[in-house]
Design a protein around this ligand. Structure first.
Ligand SMILES: [Zn+2]
Length: 724
């Protein structure tokens, strides 16, 4: 399914043309004289010790080092969870996971009842833009809330977008240069002249490591480091764009990682499984150029949950809402070059919570949680651990034997209930107990318990993730084999893990996904059906639904999506999928109702906006034109939107506007739509008898594509034109 989807076109020439295009859009910005801009840059999977400003010798990170040199570097910053979605929700809401309850990727939507940083800033007149690089942060999971522009277009076919998982098949993502280019386009295109808040997310250091484009040769033995060097390079583009627009002095930067990476510390290659500082400690840099002076380094422990209140404070905005709803703290007092002791002490006394529920959701191993207070770190699992980070920063000697654990355990319990106080309702992603009982009675639920890990009192009854690293190494083997293209071998290992322990959701998802990719339809069908029985959470139901939709079993696909909508009537992805199924089955009025329902939940949900425009066009409804225009204006750099709009305009005799949108598609696309747009343009010019222009479009494909099919088609087209 993923095969043959290599993106086309990526040459320096296209980059140059993109930048020319950006310049042509004319910057009309200019900062408001009294209000500052702020850019939050989140670095996925970045260990602090891999940045020059944190002492790394062997990785070149000149751009981040420059930001650090004139800003404040936090030496003891900790993620609230070593996993992307939960950690980002903490950063953007100022709350810890027991409050916001987004405890894994792809399962829970950001709850309404949190104060979401982009929404607060939007209310205060900031122009807001979010540009993300990986699908756990996609709009449908709630991350687009409050952003007037949100870029999460992965240009991957839906099937490959969804049939993935973190530790085996990989997550659909896009490279850092794409993020920086989109930022530049946005910056130059923005209409307002008021202050802005931008969130940029870079995913490059996340597994699988390719070494970073242009850096692989320099980091042959350290591909992870190469990805970080590449990411730093991309961030340099952002800084340059700001300077070119004359905004550098007026734009604050907050740079933080969502978590680190194990790199085999404590036997963990990647992240999400354990709670050691290789994955919990993160780089955190704040640079506010409008401050007269700034502290250089701060060693007081701080948390990802401090990002939101710090940014609001830096922009002069009071944290709103009832007290306690924002649990992190503004770090502004710590930015003073020599803060009074009274300002620092409360920070030292804080208990900073962290957790991972990932081992439970994916393997039915024990969840882990803990806190850091000063230099003490406590981890609660089947076997509790206690470290003194001042003497043992690598957490090699747990003091648990020699010291009393009852006290930290009590304090963690208190902290946990304190953090849950007043927490919001969440949209349901797991079956309720009643629903489970009903499914069980019908013979639907398999052997695997689907409980809420929060309710597990005794973690000793569950396998200890620390002791299960042996199994986890097999997952590393699967990763490696997939990376080398040996998917059949990878499938065999995954199948053996799943056979030995049906609780291994990741192994079973891997079996299902790889079987599908290898064309083993029967095994894929069975694997997905069994997964739906055993793990009927949002993640599995949606993936299974997409799988059956792609392979044409629309009945079963519909069941999966209907189950999701029944559980969460606002699940826009599932509602939109039901609309798409109705379109395939020619039930167009029903499809329209579903699309309209999706847009009632989220008026900016791209798939539903575009789907409805296409449907109205198909029904010959003149309203289509307005719908296309609306989605194109909301998503000005989205190749699929402009491609569909261009084709629509072409068919409706609006040639010059069609050409505009198709050219824009070719400019912003890094995927198959680049060639598709050029082919559409070539056909149009040829039909008009403008052979020169037609040739030029086909030559663009020849020069830029790395897709053999597109190349052959362009060459054949050029030969045919040569005879005219
Ligand atoms: Zn992450």
């Amino acid at each position: 399914m993923v095969d043959g989807q290599r993106p086309t076109g990526n040459s320096p020439r296209r980059l140059a043309s993109l930048l020319v295009f950006a310049a042509a859009l004319s910057a009309c910005g200019g900062a408001h004289p009294t209000r500052h801009n702020l850019i939050l840059i989140t670095l996925d999977t970045t260990r602090a010790d891999r940045l020059g400003c944190y002492g790394a010798q062997s990785v070149a990170t000149p751009n981040l080092d420059r930001v650090a040199a004139s800003g404040t570097v936090f030496d003891s910053a900790f993620a609230t969870a070593p996993i992307t979605a939960p950690s980002h929700v903490s950063m953007l809401s100022g709350t810890f996971p027991p409050f916001h309850q987004v405890r894994d990727n792809d399962v829970a939507v950001v709850p309404d009842g949190v104060q979401w940083l982009p929404e607060v800033l939007s209310r205060h007149g900031f122009e807001t833009a979010g540009i993300v690089a990986a699908q756990p942060l996609r709009a449908a999971m709630g991350f687009s809330r409050g952003f007037q522009y949100f870029g999460d277009q992965f240009e991957a076919p839906k099937g490959s977008l969804i049939i993935t998982n973190l530790h085996t098949v990989g997550v659909v993502s896009r490279p850092g240069d794409r993020i920086s280019e989109e930022f530049t386009l946005w910056l130059n295109d923005r209409r307002g002249s008021g202050p802005f808040f931008v969130w940029l997310h870079y995913y490059d250091p996340h597994w699988p490591w390719h070494g970073g484009r242009g850096y692989a040769d320099l980091y042959v033995d350290a591909p992870y480091d190469g990805e970080i060097a590449f990411m730093d390079d991309c961030i340099g583009e952002v800084l340059q764009s700001l300077d070119r627009a004359g905004l550098g002095e007026d734009t604050g930067l907050v740079v933080i990682a969502d978590h680190g990476e194990g790199l085999m510390d404590h036997g963990e290659l990647t992240h999400a499984m354990l709670l050691y500082n290789s994955t919990l400690r993160v780089p955190f840099i704040v640079n506010l150029p409008w401050l007269d002076s700034q502290a250089r380094r701060v060693d007081v422990p701080v948390s990802g949950a401090d990002v939101m209140p710090t940014i609001l404070d830096a922009l002069g905005i009071d944290v709103e809402g009832p007290a306690g709803v924002v649990q992190g703290r503004s770090l502004l007092p710590l930015l003073a070059p020599s803060p009074p002791a009274g300002a620092v002490e409360p920070f030292r006394e804080r208990r900073l919570y962290f957790e991972t529920f990932y081992p439970f959701f994916h393997y039915r191993w024990s969840p882990l949680s803990g806190f850091i207070q000063g230099t003490t770190k406590y981890i609660h699992g089947p076997v509790d651990e206690l470290y003194d980070l001042s003497g043992d920063p690598e957490e090699l000697a747990s003091l648990a034997e020699s010291s009393e654990l009852a006290e930290p355990a009590t304090r963690l319990g208190e902290l946990d209930s304190e953090l849950r106080r007043g927490r919001p309702e969440v949209r349901r992603y797991l079956p309720s107990r009643d629903e489970q009982a009903k499914l069980q009675a019908l013979g639907y639920l398999g052997s695997v318990a689907t409980e809420d890990p929060e309710t597990i009192d005794d973690r000793r009854a569950l396998p200890n993730p620390n002791k299960e690293m042996e199994t986890f190494f097999k997952y590393n083997d699967i990763l490696g084999l997939i990376q080398r293209g040996r998917r059949a071998d990878a499938l065999e290992i995954a199948a053996s893990i799943a056979a030995a322990d049906p609780n291994q959701k990741d192994a079973r998802l891997t079996v299902a996904s790889l079987s599908a990719q290898l064309g083993r339809v029967e095994s894929a069908d069975r694997a997905f059906t069994d997964l739906v029985d055993d793990f009927p959470d949002k993640d599995v139901l949606y993936k299974a639904g997409v799988y059956f939709q792609e392979r044409g079993d629309l009945g079963f696909a519909r069941q999966c999506f209907e189950q999701l909508v029944e559980r969460d009537p606002r699940d826009v992805e599932a509602i939109t999928a039901l609309a798409e199924i109705a379109v395939s089955e020619d039930r167009l009025d029903e499809a329209r109702r579903h699309f309209e329902n999706a847009l009632a939940q989220d008026p900016w949900f791209r798939e539903a906006m575009l789907g409805l425009a296409l449907l109205l066009d198909r029904q010959g409804d003149a309203e289509a034109a307005g719908r296309f225009a609306a989605v194109a204006s909301r998503y000005p750099f989205d190749p699929l939107v402009h491609y569909d709009y261009g084709v629509y305009l072409l068919r409706n005799g609006e040639a010059s506007r069609a050409v505009e949108h198709l050219r824009l598609t070719a400019t912003v696309s890094r995927g198959p739509l680049f060639a598709a747009a050029q082919f559409a343009l070539a056909a149009y010019f040829e039909q008009r008898g403008d052979i020169e222009q037609a040739r030029a479009c086909l030559r663009e494909v020849v020069v830029n594509t790395d897709n053999p099919m597109a190349l052959r088609r362009a060459q054949t087209g050029l030969e045919a034109l040569a005879n005219r």
